[in-house]
Design a protein around this ligand. Structure first.
Ligand code: UD1
Length: 318
């Protein structure tokens, strides 16, 4: 099998590429920051059938060279972060939506047999439902959420119009090893883990009672592999939540990190972020039924493994 992983040098993409290579697939990692993110690709062995290409996921010339003979595309290149999209909606639209449309067109033309799009729980916005299921009306609160929703709809339209087998996986706040921690737009767990290891008090935007269905990376990898393996009729043109079905608030996150590190750090509170969602918890029944998905790594294990990884990474960079 030949697979193209866009964003394959990034946090989620590099784990997917690694899992596919471990299964014996021929993998092309396409990433606009492939060289800068080489540390995420240290698992690549020479002669192991992995090719790394630095470039844009929406570049039609590059795609024309890479896509022929490709069986599946896992599209994970994106400009993540809700606040970044609020600050620069045009640039995030270019990278999150325009590039996806170009990639869909090129993948359709190349006869790709499965296309997995990395979508986001942000699409649900602040709906009152206690857990978010795929049939809820979307309420995007940020350009990022709107772009992810529009890209999902393109996937569905491509299925309807051209029979193209696009599937969208709505990830709920993925965390784990390799997630960047040093940007203002980094995810909260990455930031807090690195902060705790440096003994720095976490900054909470809002009252800390906002909650997320934090999902450990291995669950996301499993969701992707199951999507690739599922019969086309069961998944093509569909959308699935990939999460744990449990929500944790930020005060709990801080308490758990204090317990794991033996510290007693007190958070500093700042005003909530614009476009922030209050509560997010997934209904994962659809993925269970169609894919056989079940989150194998729970919150406690995932957080411990993640903190351990940042500890080791910090030691190895000294
Ligand atoms: C959102 C999406 C998620 C997507 C991600 C991409 C939702 C529910 N989730 O994540 O699926 O993958 O965008 O970037 O929309 N926070 C602090 N202090 C910090 C950092 C964050 O208090 O230093 C707070 C944020 O205000 C937010 C929560 O922690 O309430 C989580 O933030 P973050 O990790 O950035 O992810 P989301 O914006 O929730």
């Amino acid at each position: 099998m030949k697979a193209l992983v866009t964003g394959g040098a990034g946090f989620i993409g590099s784990h997917l590429a690694e899992a596919l290579a471990a299964r014996g697939a021929r993998v092309i990692v396409l990433d606009s920051a492939a060289n800068a993110q080489r540390r995420n690709l240290e698992w690549i062995r020479s002669g192991g059938g992995v090719e790394v290409v630095e470039g844009d996921a929406g570049n039609p010339i590059l795609l024309g060279q890479l896509l022929p003979g490709t069986d599946c595309v896992l599209h994970h290149a994106a400009l993540p972060s809700v606040p970044r999209s609020v600050a620069d909606p045009l640039e995030s639209n270019t990278q999150n939506l325009d590039a996806t449309l170009r990639l869909l067109i090129a993948s359709r033309d190349a006869g790709v047999r499965r296309f997995v799009f990395a979508s986001s729980s942000s699409i649900y916005g602040d709906s009152d439902a206690p857990s978010k299921h795929e049939e809820l009306p979307p309420q995007p609160l940020s350009p990022y959420a709107l772009q992810k929703y529009a890209a999902e709809r393109y996937g569905q339209l491509f299925h309807r119009l051209y029979g193209f087998p696009a599937v969208s996986l709505r990830y709920f706040n993925v965390f784990g090893p390799r997630q960047a921690f040093d940007s203002p737009y980094s995810g909260v767990i990455a930031k807090f883990c690195a902060g705790f290891l440096a003994g720095t008090a976490p900054v909470i935007h809002g009252d800390g009672r906002q909650s997320r269905d934090f999902t450990y990376i291995s669950n996301v990898v499993a969701g992707n592999l199951l999507t690739l393996d599922a019969p086309e009729a069961r998944v093509a043109g569909r959308v699935f939540n990939i999460a744990c079905g449990r929500s944790i608030d930020l005060l709990q996150l801080v308490a758990d990190l204090n317990a794991l590190t033996g510290l007693k750090l007190t958070p500093r509170f700042e005003p909530p972020r614009i476009g922030d969602v209050k509560h997010s918890r997934a209904d994962i029944q659809a993925a269970k039924e169609a894919l056989g998905y079940a989150p194998a790594t729970d919150w406690e294990t995932g957080l411990r493994l993640t903190l351990d990884w940042y500890r080791t990474a910090a030691q190895s960079s000294c």
